[in-house]
Design a protein around this ligand. Structure first.
Ligand SMILES: [Zn+2]
Length: 336
């Protein structure tokens, strides 16, 4: 993931960077569904704001400031993320946090910690080290809890002169309305399928494979890279609906429960679409001999949503997998 992020931004991110740079504003909220590149766009903006010779299209990529961001040591950029996300995207943790984790006092946090927020607020009150202002990048912003969000809110309301904020979220509805109203909103732009496919081919995917992955990821290019990194083959996606309709547990034996639930939600979504005469979005899904009943599909959809909330630590992943596949088989073959 972090390697992909360091590559040149895809054209649709470049276009959005250019547009946002023409506008004033000390706090941006980039929002939209996952996989559209919120983090990438936030980082491009931060780079451009701090760059020593920016152009209309963004940061130069060559100056000491751009270099400092590339090697994660820019004194005027504060990245506020859950520790798990920082590790995934190769950002260094604070010395204190790193020491606590190294000493096994605790695990990396999945939400944005109060300590980290305190550091960020202190950072925003300091003078800029390189004289081009400062940037606080928050991602995913929905990982702030009520305490951290309220702390940030105060700073957003009365920002110290030279600091800018860019918040990126995949779940804007989970943010405090007061946070949303303090920021200029930008809805992430969907790339066209052709542009996304072309970009994925540039990342080394074969064209047919890129198209199949894009379908599986609902057209979101960053989700394609995540799918590919998870080791799922594009071809597996095409065979997934039939395997589930026939209750084939062995097909998903090496999938994690999280991956399985995600794929089943997509399949359920498609079955509901087809039921209502719409095009399926994630698979080439068609009903078998009998269309499954609407009531069963709706119940299945609710059951999967519930499961999603509780699935992080299943007591027995194997049993859970079998139960999920059986639930899918029943729903897809129901008559009611
Ligand atoms: Zn630069």
């Amino acid at each position: 993931m972090s390697d992909a992020i360091e590559m040149a931004a895809p054209p649709w991110i470049g276009a959005q960077t250019e547009k946002l740079l023409t506008q004033q504003g000390h706090a941006w909220l980039l929002h939209g569904p996952s996989g559209l590149g919120q983090y990438r766009l936030a980082l491009e903006l931060a780079k451009a704001w701090l760059c020593e010779s920016p152009s209309a299209s963004g940061a130069c990529g060559q100056c000491p400031s751009c270099h400092a961001i590339a090697v994660r040591t820019h004194a005027d950029l504060c990245v506020l993320m859950p520790e798990t996300t920082m590790l995934e995207l190769a950002w260094p943790l604070s010395e204190k946090a790193q020491a606590e984790i190294d000493d096994k006092k605790r695990k990396p946090s999945r939400e944005i910690r109060v300590d980290a927020m305190r550091d960020a607020i202190e950072f925003s009150q300091r003078t800029s080290a390189r004289g081009r202002g400062k940037v606080v990048l928050v991602y995913p912003a929905e990982q702030m809890n009520a305490i951290t969000a309220n702390a940030l809110l105060k700073t957003l309301e009365e920002p110290p002169g030279d600091v800018r904020f860019v918040l990126a979220t995949e779940s804007s509805h989970q943010l405090l309305p007061t946070i949303r109203s303090r920021c200029l909103g930008h809805a992430m732009v969907w790339p066209s399928l052709a542009a996304a496919q072309q970009w994925l081919v540039g990342q080394g995917l074969e064209a047919g494979q890129a198209a199949r992955y894009l379908q599986a990821a609902g057209g979101r290019p960053d989700d394609v890279l995540a799918l590919q990194a998870s080791g799922r083959k594009a071809e597996d996606w095409a065979r997934f609906p039939a395997a589930m309709a026939s209750g084939d547990t062995s097909f998903v034996r090496d999938w994690s429960v999280v991956q399985l639930v995600d794929a089943l939600q997509k399949l359920c979504h498609d079955a509901l679409c087809v039921h209502q005469g719409a095009q399926p979005r994630f698979f080439d899904y068609q009903h078998g001999k009998h269309a499954p009943g609407l009531a069963s599909l709706s119940q299945w959809s609710v059951a999967l949503q519930k499961c999603r909330k509780t699935m992080e630590h299943p007591f027995n992943a194997g049993l859970m997998q079998e139960a999920l596949v059986e639930q899918a088989r029943t729903a897809l073959n129901s008559q009611h």
